[in-house]
Write a protein that binds this ligand. Structure first.
Ligand code: ATP
Ligand code: MG
Length: 320
């Protein structure tokens, strides 16, 4: 198994300053030492509650923002140390689709230009752009007549197909999918996920699949990382995570998955108590300790490290 993207000890802090004296007035610690590896040709899931920093990781991978510290390496090379042709290749090889395809598609451009532009930016001719756009529309289940239409003329599901066509037309090696189906109806969600799986089998690329829905992530992904307040709490193969999840946070998440017959739930459920703190007041020690049903004396003093326990299963908790 070869890594395609490796994130090591990544942090991102936003500093708020006063208007007059530019003095620091607050600091949001959004990512607090993230380690994450995406394997070539695999689907890696990243889940966590709203505000835990998932999209921030995506923004840093896409170089839309700069990290505060740590490294992101693509095929062994730190993305911040490459320049010129290397950077251009990176921008081509790593593409992204978003939760809301409408705001990510230029409303004033026709579909043929939205998709074709990607080929032109990467040195392709007009003819090449037109041919590849037609082919990609067909691959994503859209009619050729879509070429001359604008994004507002399509439904939400069709717009996500256009966004997928735009991302994949340059044959990237890694697709960052940030909640790509959470704005769609359930039936459509499965269709879009099926489409991604079909295209992945044909064009061979890796996916970082970001979501807050553990159940769907576990079905769709090869491996999953669970995030809480800017840190990875546990990672494992999707199967192992659901059956043998160790972290008290993950166990509570699993127990909160809706089941068909809740009255016949036999297990003892641990419900996460209290509100999730914000990035302005990250708890000292383990970030989950104020809400943890299994907290110990050490938990509000020392930050646990992400330790391997068996194979690719790793947990960041003082219990292990
Ligand atoms: N420019 C900024 N300045 C200060 N804080 C920010 C900034 N951008 C994001 N944040 C904060 O960073 C935290 C993480 O945001 P992020 O969008 O990465 O979360 P997320 O896990 O993707 O959440 P969601 O599931 O709701 O999409 C949030 O608390 C957000 O308010
Ligand atoms: Mg997000």
């Amino acid at each position: 198994m070869t890594d395609i993207l490796k994130i090591k000890d990544l942090t991102k802090h936003y500093v708020q300053k006063s208007a007059f004296f530019k003095k620091e007035t607050g600091r949001a610690n959004v990512l607090n030492g993230v380690d994450l590896t995406i394997i070539e040709n695999e689907i890696s899931g990243l889940i966590g509650e709203s505000g835990c920093g998932k999209s921030t990781i995506a923004k840093l991978i896409m170089m839309l923002e700069e990290s505060s510290s740590g490294t992101i390496s693509f095929r062994g090379e730190d993305i911040n140390s490459v320049s010129g042709r290397g950077k251009k290749n990176y921008y081509k090889n790593v593409q992204m689709i978003f939760q809301d395809p409408y705001s990510s598609l230029n409303p004033r451009m026709k579909v043929k230009n939205i998709i074709g532009e990607m080929i032109r930016i990467n040195g392709g001719s007009k003819r090449d752009a037109l041919l590849k756009t037609k082919e990609m529309l067909c691959e994503t289940g859209l009619e050729e007549s879509a070429m001359d239409k604008y994004p507002h003329e399509f439904s939400g599901g069709q717009r996500q197909r256009i966004a997928i066509a735009r991302a994949l037309v340059v044959r990237p090696k890694l697709l960052i999918a940030d909640e790509p189906v959470s704005a769609l109806d359930l039936a459509l969600q499965y269709k879009i996920i099926d489409l991604l799986l079909t295209l992945k089998a044909k064009y061979k690329f890796s996916i970082l699949y970001i979501s807050h829905d553990l159940n769907s992530v576990a079905k769709f992904c090869d491996n999953v990382s669970v995030m809480y307040l800017g840190k990875i709490m546990e990672k494992a193969s999707a199967d192992k995570l659901l059956k043998e999840g160790k972290h008290p946070y993950l166990k509570a998440l699993i127990e909160s998955i809706p089941i068909k017959d809740p009255l016949h739930r036999t297990d003892k459920r641990s419900v996460i108590k209290g509100e999730i703190p914000g990035p302005h007041n990250i708890p000292v020690g383990c970030p989950f300790h104020p809400r943890c049903p299994e907290r110990m004396a050490v938990c509000d003093q020392e930050i646990p490290v992400l330790k391997g326990i068996e194979g690719d299963h790793a947990v960041s908790c003082h219990l292990f």
